[in-house]
Design a protein around this ligand. Structure first.
Ligand code: MN
Length: 425
């Protein structure tokens, strides 16, 4: 785990004034990486760092000589920390770089963002134990949590080709559905999903990979994590219920997944780590999933929120409404280090830019639920929105936004930004 250093000093201010405004997602203590270009242009995307409401163009500032985020992500942890120190020093009040670097700033309002790196492979885990239990009750009332859940981090291999960046619009998926309890001999229905949902997740992005056949020990796992984004794992629940046995999710999940554009690094998250422990009476992780460092600070303390704006709200000029708010420390049964150690324990090789989804991070109460499936009791109890509209699942024109931020006494608040996506008919 990265230790605190001068880049986390809460007293640091930037010469970029907007970064010093209280409540800003991107103060000088954050320094997340993304890929940007001038909005509406055909330029190649290049690497930038968010600072306040600006983007620092890293190549124009003379800090990197590549446009390839995956090259940056494959750097050694020591190189990454050196780059963070360079950025922090150059953006500080009184820095000698101010004159040169101010020419390398672009307003975030004038850029468009790409998926932050080239994602070769995507694995989605299922670490949200409250989500797993609630959803399990809906799908299998007799056995909500499978006997393996508390021993093995459950996951499935997702699809990278349909991953988009915040602002993604996608068509409502169609597919096969069959109502539970319907005549087993009757054919399934075919058509647009009627139970389209979101999943509130974190997306961990791999930095340095491992060679095929050489597992990453849990003690080294954090060194292989570059950072994280918000991830919305859109899910068609009716397709999922019919197709998921025996091999797990397939077309219910792979039509779209959306990431926030800024990768918040593990270094930036150092002040927001939390102890990891198991509830009394639960099994302890097997030795390959356990370490003192993971117990002391393997968890993350991130507040997550879900916001919805319907087409009708948008037309009336009404803002999005917040559906839920929760915290990752309450939600995740496995840490990011455990996911890396588990994913590679059989020799599987991770590569720079690979994405590991956390699974839906629902807290213990309904007010912290990370999906509509949970919030509406499987679609049985509609939500009423401030304008009187109701929702069981997403309707065409709905824009769903996830937000995340970290706050702790003695540290400057940092934000993950947001990820929005809209379903179209
Ligand atoms: Mn998921």
């Amino acid at each position: 785990m990265t230790t605190l250093n001068t880049t986390h000093d809460p007293k640091l201010k930037s010469w970029v004034a907007s970064a010093d405004v209280a409540g800003c997602d991107f103060p000088i203590q954050n320094l997340p990486f993304g890929r940007f270009r001038t909005a509406g242009s055909a330029e190649a995307f290049r690497i930038g760092v968010a600072i306040g409401d600006q983007v620092l163009d890293l190549k124009a500032a003379g800090v990197v000589d590549t446009d390839d985020m995956n090259v940056l992500m494959a750097a050694s942890p020591a190189q990454r920390q050196a780059l963070r120190a360079t950025l922090s020093e150059g953006l500080r009040e009184g820095s000698a770089q101010q004159a040169a670097w101010s020419k390398a700033l672009v307003a975030q309002s004038a850029v468009e963002m790409a998926v932050p790196c080239r994602i070769g492979d995507y694995t989605d885990f299922y670490t949200g134990i409250h989500h797993a239990t609630t959803v399990g009750k809906l799908f299998r009332p007799d056995q909500p949590l499978m006997p393996n859940y508390k021993w093995v981090p459950i996951g499935y291999h997702g699809r990278a080709s349909s991953i988009g960046v915040s602002g993604q619009q996608f068509k409502r998926p169609q597919g096969q559905t069959k109502a539970p309890g319907s005549d087993p001999a009757a054919p399934p229905s075919f058509g647009p999903s009627k139970r389209l949902d979101y999943e509130l997740e974190l997306g961990f992005l791999i930095g340095q990979g491992n060679a095929l056949g050489e597992p990453i020990a849990i003690a080294d796992a954090e060194q292989h994590l570059f950072g994280l984004t918000l991830l919305n794992d859109w899910s068609a629940r009716d397709l999922q219920a019919w197709e998921y046995q025996p091999l797990g999710p397939f077309l219910a999940k792979n039509f779209a997944s959306t990431l926030s554009p800024w990768i918040v690094t593990m270094e930036a998250l150092a002040p927001f780590r939390a102890a990891f422990s198991r509830p009394e009476g639960d099994p302890q992780p097997l030795p390959y999933l356990d370490s003192a460092a993971n117990r002391d600070g393997g968890a993350l303390d991130i507040t997550l929120e879900v916001w919805l704006q319907t087409a009708k709200m948008r037309a009336a000029g009404e803002p999005a409404t917040r559906l839920t708010q929760g915290n990752t420390t309450q939600a995740a049964y496995w840490t990011a280090a455990q996911l890396v150690a588990h994913h590679t324990v059989n020799g599987c090789n991770l590569q720079p830019g690979d994405l590991l989804g956390s699974g839906t991070l629902s807290g213990p109460t309904l007010a912290e639920a990370g999906s509509l499936l949970e919030l509406t009791y499987g679609g049985k109890q509609p939500l009423t929105l401030p304008n009187g509209e109701t929702r069981t699942f997403l309707e065409d024109g709905d824009t769903l936004t996830l937000r995340g931020y970290c706050e702790r006494d003695g540290a400057v608040r940092i934000g993950l930004g947001e990820v929005s996506g809209t379903v179209i008919g």
